[in-house]
Design a binder for this molecule. Structure first.
Ligand code: GLN
Length: 304
């Protein structure tokens, strides 16, 4: 039997000693107001046990991690038609890269680069009666936690400065791959990115992907096949131009966000979330990557 608690404790004690904690994202001005020394981990086994260390209950901006939840919501509503508007190839590019420009048809390379997540946002805006409220309800139900909410200051802050996302949305529109108004789609997108969750809440929300589409409360949210496919996209596209490095070092499907969170999972075994707001030069949590590398090495568990 693996002693998960002492492994988490020793990883925590080792990783927080690193003096170079990376850089906090400041291109969304409101994200700069966070304590760089924050660091938390939460682990949940599929069998039910949970283990935590550090700031595992402190909420942070989940940013791009929300793209997995919006994709899951859209897939559960639309099914395979979604892939007429999006591809599933790793981009090898930063999250905000205008890689659409390279593709003549206006099809984003995958749902986790910004242009892809904006297409998913467009799909949800078309389908939902009250897109922001309905998406929030979806995330709260998945997690079993009604306290989860958007951070309106962060959403508005990104609205003021998200010029690259406006450019991407306009480009999609010019290719006829955006059905709604650019401003409405981005309003939804900036809110989904502004969701605040703790490591513990994220771990619960991602249980559905590790448990063949059944959420923590044993309700079927996705088909087995949809859960499998979302895990595949996390593995190949979850870390932008660092997806290869994450597979190499950690060996799990996962997703990062510029708020410094990372969620990763081993299907049928566990879900683990880490938060440390300092990012490496590729925009992924510096200490979070280190902690997850230590975790899969020390427990000898990865999909490989
Ligand atoms: N809201 C952020 C953006 O669109 C999300 C980026 C991220 O977390 N990688 O720029």
């Amino acid at each position: 039997m693996i002693d998960y608690q002492s492994i988490l404790n020793s990883i925590y004690n080792k990783v927080i000693q690193d003096k170079d904690k990376g850089q906090i994202a400041t291109y969304i001005p409101e994200l700069a107001n966070v304590d760089k020394n924050s660091f938390g981990i939460h682990l949940q086994l599929i069998s039910g046990e949970t283990f935590s260390v550090g700031d595992s209950e402190k909420k942070f901006s989940i940013q791009s991690i929300s793209k997995v939840l919006s994709l899951a919501f859209a897939m559960s509503k639309v099914g395979t038609d979604i892939w007429n508007r999006l591809d599933v190839e790793p981009s090898g590019n930063p999250f905000n890269h205008m890689s659409l420009l390279e593709l003549e048809k206006g099809i984003p390379r995958n749902p986790f680069i910004n242009s892809g997540a904006i297409v998913i946002a467009d799909i949800l805006v078309s389908l939902l009666d009250n897109p922001k409220e309905d998406f929030l309800t979806y995330v709260r139900d998945l997690t079993g936690d009604a306290s989860i909410d958007y951070n309106y200051k962060v959403a508005n802050s990104e609205k003021q400065t998200g010029f690259t996302n406006y450019a991407a949305a306009n480009l999609l529109k010019s290719f006829d791959n955006l059905n709604n108004d650019v401003v409405d789609v981005l309003d939804f997108y900036f809110h989904q990115c502004s969701l605040e969750m703790s490591c513990e809440q994220l771990t619960k929300a991602f249980y559905v992907f590790a448990n063949k589409g059944n959420c923590l409360f044993e309700k079927t949210r996705l088909t087995k096949s949809q859960a499998k496919r979302i895990n595949a996209i996390m593995l190949t596209c979850g870390f932008y131009d660092e997806a290869g490095e994450f597979a190499f070092e950690v060996g799990l499907p996962g997703k990062s966000g510029v708020g410094g969170g990372i969620v990763a999972l081993l299907p049928n075994k566990f879900i683990i979330s880490v938060w440390s707001p300092g990012l490496n030069e590729r925009g992924n949590s510096k200490l979070g990557m280190q902690a997850l590398e230590l975790f899969t090495t020390q427990t000898n568990q990865s999909i490989f």
